[in-house]
Write a protein that binds this ligand. Structure first.
Ligand code: HDE
Length: 698
């Protein structure tokens, strides 16, 4: 006989007290207490959200249960297609403020009204991985900004690298198919280190310049707040006389550029899959608003004709030494979204969203993008009315005679839905004087599926990039190539890439070949154009663009029972005064009992807060604490990794003993915890000179 059960109206957890009413809940505020009633989407209040409707306590669930069906149906449809590229992203609201007018060059009010603050929504993303992939693969970062201007939305949809892999939009699906997980095995998720990617690259020499950038530490950033952004393509600015000037757009992080070390990045991926998203969230929540300078490179058609490359080729950049950057404003991100899905997921960027006074160039990649984004939004968001979703809607008045369609939220009135008409005085009309106009450019030449001859040089800027790097950065590029190609199973693909490298720099090719264990250098493929020697451009380095600051950086202090509270306090104060955030790491999250008997609460437990998530560390341990941690591999890894990742380490006697146990050596970056000034100075940089003692680079 089955055990008799008493029917119950309860079962789940008590309902949570939300600060905001459920949708429609405000209609029922009076229903009871200060909780709005939980309702169906039709506004019917629920008496029980814990149990579905059953024929009897142990009987089948009834189809009649419209509350269950509605709830589960809604849940079943929660996901929309993720972006085919740039699926993983982090977004935030903020503003753009213009500091220098470009009135001479453009009529766009966002670029002419000095002091005006324009709202923005910015989304920074990785490219290859799915929406749930880690934040820190080696990958380009997308840098997309939607400016809600008074004259309509302007989207600057760029990357953190100023060039791209390919010259023509028709190759984009091939490139992305090659970089994404391989279709038969469905891995690797978000990594370029596999056969199909390098196979495609080996047959696409135009990508070699971008390859230099992605193999550099640019693609393993420390924080999304420490990356540059680039519009990549040339655009045009159009002034009130119809005159056109070419422009390239740049974002420069206020915190300077900073990257991680490859081994560190790999470990961060395990320690915190959301490392970049969390960093951005914590920075904004604590009022440390991420900020970028906005700068332009302006040049005329005549100047462009004299460049030793074609600026319409998106695999080329314009060195700052050739056309200097002019800073014209800043962007501050000061508000985290209320809801990830509604804002960061549904935001729909499109390079075709421009405003009067800005126009496109003939860059063939840009031309293809002008089609792709609107098309992809239709499939992701399901209706041509996606511009009505609050995150996508312009903040200036807008209206036209476009009508109906799925999820139409507007309710137009009146008889007229066409233009021109004589029946309505208030329906929208053209504004010939101020409305958007394309430049009346003259196009000449024969039609055809062709590649411009001026796009033929694939190696000169790749060489210039490589030669512009410091020796440390060159070693990282060579080592990244060895790492990636070592993951490629097909030997002929490895060889083909090294063959291309020979055009860039013979020494680089030799280093990579040695790292791969080649007996001889592979043959050089024929180059479509001779390699031209260009002056190095130091602006292309990362190390040169690191700032001597602890602003936005994080310091971890490892403690245990018996640690000296006064030393901890002094280091913490010095670090916070220098702008860093400080976290206490201890064997137990409840904290440690310090030498004076007080308890210091920890921000994280040792096993869950390794040193890879900090920029520098201090290890303050009593003799008792040192003994406790000496047999703890997480503590040994803490100091070993901090040293291996070229970080400053401050130690007292107990900390010093832990270093010894871990086999960690001494150099200028390992300082006495009593000497806080030396620690702060060392923490502001990486100990580059240590690198040759801790790893073999190519
Ligand atoms: Fe994109 N790209 N892309 N892209 N792209 C998309 O649009 C595409 C390119 C970039 O945070 C998609 O809404 C083509 C260059 C960013 O939501 C899609 C080509 C640059 C984002 C698309 C390119 C970018 C995207 C996928 C070659 C740097 C994320 C989802 C012609 C200048 C925006 C979506 C966000 C997203 C197509 C090349 C940047 C499929 C066809 C070059 C930052 O439409």
């Amino acid at each position: 006989m089955s055990k008799k059960k008493t029917p119950s109206n309860s079962g789940g957890s008590a309902s949570r007290r939300d600060s905001k009413p459920a949708i429609g809940g405000e209609l029922h505020q009076a229903a009871g207490g200060d909780h709005p009633p939980l309702t169906t989407n039709q506004g019917v209040a629920l008496s029980d959200n814990q149990n579905s409707l059953k024929a009897n306590p142990l009987g089948p669930t009834l189809l009649e249960d419209f509350i269950l069906r509605e709830k589960v149906t809604s849940f079943d449809h929660e996901r929309i297609p993720e972006r085919i590229v740039h699926a993983r992203g982090t977004g935030a609201h903020g503003f753009f403020e213009l500091s220098a007018s470009l009135k001479k060059y453009t009529t766009a009010r966002i670029l002419t009204e000095v002091g005006e603050k324009t709202p923005v929504f910015t989304r920074i993303s990785t490219v290859a991985g799915g929406a749930g992939s880690v934040d820190t693969p080696r990958d380009v970062r997308g840098f997309a900004v939607k400016f809600y201007t008074k004259e309509g939305n302007w989207d600057l949809v760029g990357n953190n690298v100023p060039v791209f892999f390919i010259q023509d939009a028709i190759k984009f699906p091939d490139l992305i198919h090659a970089v994404k997980m391989e279709p038969d095995r469905a891995f690797p998720q978000s990594a370029t280190a596999h056969d199909t990617f390098w196979d495609f690259i080996s047959l696409t020499p135009e990508s070699m310049h971008m390859v230099m950038w992605i193999m550099s530490d640019r693609t393993i950033p420390r924080s999304l707040r420490m990356i540059e952004g680039f519009g990549v393509h040339s655009f045009r600015l159009i002034n009130d006389r119809g005159g056109s000037t070419f422009v390239k757009f740049h974002w420069r992080p206020k915190l300077g550029l900073q990257s991680t070390i490859w081994d560190e990045t790999v470990k961060i991926s395990g320690a915190d899959q959301d490392f970049h998203r969390r960093d951005m969230f914590e920075a904004i929540s604590s009022g440390n608003f991420p900020e970028w300078e906005f700068a332009v490179q302006l040049f005329t058609e005549e100047e462009a004709d004299k460049f030793p490359f074609d600026h319409l080729d998106p695999t080329k950049l314009i060195p700052e030494e050739l056309v200097p950057l002019k800073v014209i404003g800043r962007m501050v991100l000061d508000r985290w979204p209320d809801n990830f899905f509604a804002e960061t997921e549904q935001v729909a960027y499109c390079p075709a969203n421009i405003v009067p006074g800005i126009d496109f160039s003939n860059d063939p990649l840009l031309q293809g993008r002008l089609f792709s984004y609107l098309d992809t939004q239709l499939s992701r968001l399901g209706s041509p009315n996606f511009h009505q979703i609050p995150i996508n809607a312009p903040k200036c008045p807008f209206g036209n005679q476009q009508r109906d369609g799925h999820m139409q939220m507007g309710q137009p009135s009146g008889r007229v839905s066409y233009e021109p008409n004589t029946l309505s005085d208030s329906s929208p009309r053209e504004t010939p004087a101020s409305g958007f106009r394309s430049l009346a450019a003259t196009e000449t030449g024969g039609k055809g599926r062709v590649r411009a001859e001026s796009f033929a040089d694939h190696y000169s800027q790749a060489r210039q990039f490589y030669l512009s790097q410091t020796a440390y950065e060159q070693a990282h590029i060579a080592s990244a190539l060895v790492f990636e190609l070592s993951k490629v199973e097909h030997v002929h693909v490895r060889e083909a890439i090294v063959g291309h490298l020979r055009h860039i720099e013979e020494d680089l090719a030799k280093r990579v070949a040695a790292g791969l264990g080649f007996n001889k250098l592979p043959t050089k493929p024929e180059a479509a154009a001779p390699v031209d020697e260009r002056k190095p451009s130091p602006a292309l380095q990362i190390i040169g663009k690191m700032k001597d600051t602890l602003m936005g950086r994080a310091i971890g202090i490892l403690i245990a029972d018996g640690s000296d509270g006064a030393v901890i306090k002094r280091i913490k104060k010095a670090a916070t005064d220098a702008g860093a955030s400080v976290k206490i790491v201890a064997p137990k999250v409840g904290g440690a009992k310090l030498a004076d008997g007080s308890i210091l609460t920890a921000d994280g437990q040792l096993a869950g807060m390794p040193s890879v998530i900090f920029d520098a560390v201090a290890v303050i341990l009593s003799d008792e604490g040192r003994k406790e941690l000496s047999n703890e591999s997480a503590a040994i890894d803490f100091v070993r990794d901090a040293f291996g990742h070229l970080k400053a380490i401050a130690v007292d006697t107990g900390g010093e003993a832990l270093l010894k146990k871990a086999g960690v050596g001494h150099d200028a970056g390992v300082v006495d915890a009593g000497d806080k000034d030396s620690f702060i100075a060392a923490a502001k940089t990486r100990q580059w000179s240590r690198e040759k003692f801790v790893r073999t680079l190519a």
